[in-house]
Design a binder for this molecule. Structure first.
Ligand SMILES: C[S@@+](CC[C@H](N)C(=O)[O-])C[C@H]1O[C@@H](n2cnc3c(N)ncnc32)[C@H](O)[C@@H]1O
Ligand SMILES: Nc1nc2[nH]cc(C(=O)O)c2c(=O)[nH]1
Ligand code: SF4
Ligand SMILES: [Mg+2]
Length: 210
């Protein structure tokens, strides 16, 4: 394909910059412990200094891949696909999610919500970031809110975000990995005092799986 054709395909969402795909156990949030096929799309400009996949940020490093190929790889392996990144909502997710659903797959997303919502999702995990706040469409449609706790001020940020998300969203606090020894006891204490919140851990890192 010509460079121009690839660019047009990426704009339409028939190709996406694919960083990696892997079958594993969802490690975080509401669906923790359940098998899922992960699709990691490259590209993110949110810039979290503690991000655990900085290699994803530069979309140009990840080959534009036909969504048909991504769907073929996913089907017959799992019944749930988690689309993550990078920031997947930088791209038009309409056709990817439609094609996955045509194969009877459940389709989940991990997103910062920093871009408008595209795609048809069975589950939206919103993990908002201070440096680039979520758009209204993602606050209104998220099924879970997962706030990362790096320092004490993040509890205040978490409450502000809980005010903005729709009332049905399930609320999680997750320790930032490098600060977990310090922050996990504070989260435990906070959840006992404020039981509308739940604890989320990056359990895949304890299990040494992707
Ligand atoms: C790598 S991000 C990709 C999806 C999207 N950009 C986002 O931030 O939601 C996937 C999830 O990992 C979380 N995460 C990233 N780095 C982390 C870290 N060092 N400790 C804990 N959670 C982290 C994010 O907040 C998000 O919920
Ligand atoms: N096992 C596993 N669970 C996850 N949940 C969210 C992840 C992500 O990076 O989006 C992730 C991940 O990278 N691995
Ligand atoms: S928004 Fe997600 S992928 Fe982007 S820097 Fe933050 S944690 Fe990493
Ligand atoms: Mg991860």
């Amino acid at each position: 394909m010509l460079a121009k054709e690839i660019q047009v395909a990426v704009e339409k969402g028939t190709m996406l910059p694919l960083m990696e795909e892997f079958y594993t156990i969802q490690g975080e949030g509401f669906h923790t412990g359940t098998a899922a096929y992960f699709i990691r799309i490259g590209g993110c400009d949110v810039g979290c200094h503690w991000c655990d996949v900085k290699e994803s940020w530069n979309a140009a490093l990840h080959p534009p891949t036909a969504i048909n190929k991504i769907v073929t790889n996913a089907k017959n392996i799992a019944d749930t696909v988690v689309v993550t990144g990078g920031e997947p909502l930088m791209w038009d997710m309409t056709l990817l999610t439609q094609n996955l659903k045509n194969e009877n797959l459940k389709v989940h997303i991990e997103t910062s919500g920093a871009y408008p919502l595209t795609g048809n999702w069975d589950w939206i995990c919103l993990s908002p970031k201070k440096n680039m706040l979520p758009t209204a469409t993602v606050y209104d449609n998220a099924h879970e809110l997962k706030v990362i706790i790096y320092n004490k001020h993040d509890f205040i940020f978490a409450e502000e975000q809980a005010e903005k998300v729709n009332k049905n969203a399930i609320l999680f606090l997750q320790p930032e990995w490098s600060k977990k020894e310090e922050m996990t006891p504070l989260i435990v204490d906070y959840v006992m005092k404020n039981p509308k919140w739940r604890v989320s851990l990056q359990t895949h890192k304890y299990l040494n799986i992707p």
